[in-house]
Design a protein around this ligand. Structure first.
Ligand SMILES: [Zn+2]
Ligand SMILES: [Zn+2]
Ligand SMILES: [Zn+2]
Length: 362
């Protein structure tokens, strides 16, 4: 039986239509070729990317050469550029602002693998740590109001390269979706005096119908009004508005949760295309009692078509309760074997001449 569900933050409607859904295996996925010969992200091919901004490197290894674990470079085809001046002006009745911003690629591993989930847990921690460091570093640029960290995996999710990587875009504006979340969360807080995300954590743990993973500090749930089949959100259990306020323990647990959930999705859906996006408070301003950082994972199993584009209402053929049950039951313990990689020997490095801090201090 299908039903309309309303997202408690955005107040957007979703149609959950499970009679259109059968089993997870009903979503076959085409994918990108894995040929790594000319991959610009593979170790040894560093000269094919712009000079690196930051890296976790073996001590003594030179920037833009081999010897790295995680490497951050500017996007070769950036949507926005950090070197430009921020100018906002009217254009008739329209508003126009120059395309200032940072567009960086976080190359998650020197090896030509598709999935972040297959990396050792320590390595996933290094990737999460790099998100933290980049968000922190870009906060020095007063032109930027917000940073979106996101990941596209698979052709259906908009990825153009197979090699595991994520991206970030630093923006001179707060993007509409985040702004809508802020507005919705603030309205909820005004009405009830509580953070809607904290309430979601409480409610989901209490009901235990849509929980995928329950760790000491992080919970993974299929949201009540999931827009996409097998959509999963990772939420800190304690209220925390900014990603940059996360403790080391919380970041480590986020890496564990991310790896586990991605492994479960890979297992249940046979390596689906997916996007994930980190939502956190915009730069500046004080601590918000109503906003709460979270990571949204959206498998791209069904196309977004005319009705979704035209109405803003998503039809989701997999009830989140069913999706959560499949993911909860997916046994990925075996995938954690051989996880004893030591973290020692890697050091964080940032090239002075290329850090956005120096580039933008003029
Ligand atoms: Zn590669
Ligand atoms: Zn909260
Ligand atoms: Zn969000």
């Amino acid at each position: 039986m299908s039903e309309f569900r309303r997202d408690p933050i955005l107040r957007e409607w979703v149609i959950i239509a499970p009679e259109r859904a059968r089993r997870p295996s009903d979503f076959p996925q085409p994918d990108l070729p894995s040929n790594g010969a000319l991959c610009p992200f593979c170790e040894g091919n560093e000269s094919f990317t712009p000079p690196e901004i930051a890296a976790i490197r073996r001590p003594g290894s030179a920037p833009d050469g081999p010897g790295w674990q995680v490497r951050v470079v500017p996007n070769r085809f950036p949507a926005l550029r950090v070197e430009r001046e921020l100018v906002a002006r009217p254009y008739g009745l329209f508003d126009v602002t120059s395309g200032v911003g940072a567009h960086e690629v976080i190359i998650e591993t020197p090896e030509h693998v598709r999935s972040l989930a297959t990396l050792p847990e320590q390595h996933v921690r290094a990737v999460v740590r790099m998100y933290y460091d980049r968000i922190q570093d870009l906060s020095q640029d007063s032109r930027l109001k917000h940073v979106v960290v996101f990941k596209n995996v698979g052709a259906a999710a908009g990825a153009s390269l197979y090699h595991s990587h994520s991206q970030l875009i630093g923006l001179p504006i707060v993007p509409p979706r985040v702004e809508a979340e802020l507005r919705g969360a603030e309205a909820y807080h005004k009405q009830r005096g509580r953070c809607v995300y904290c309430d979601i954590v409480y409610e989901e743990l209490d009901r235990d119908e849509r929980v995928v993973l329950d760790l000491p500090q992080i919970v993974a749930v299929c949201p009540y009004a999931s827009r996409f089949p097998f959509e999963v959100w990772l939420l800190p259990k304690q209220h925390i508005c900014r990603f940059q306020q996360s403790s080391d323990v919380l970041l480590e647990e986020l890496a564990t949760a991310l790896k586990l959930v991605l492994l479960k999705l890979d297992l249940v859906l046979e390596q689906p295309a997916f996007n994930f996006v980190l939502h956190t408070s915009p730069y500046g301003g004080g601590d918000l009692p109503y906003y709460h950082w979270h990571l949204e994972i959206m498998p791209r199993l069904v196309g977004v078509a005319g009705f979704e584009f035209g109405s803003g209402v998503h039809i989701n053929p997999a009830a989140p309760e069913t999706a959560a049950a499949f993911l909860r039951d997916a046994d990925v313990e075996g995938a954690f074997n051989g996880n004893g990689h030591s973290h020692t020997g890697w050091g964080y490095s940032q090239r002075a001449g290329l850090s956005p801090r120096t580039r933008t201090s003029a």
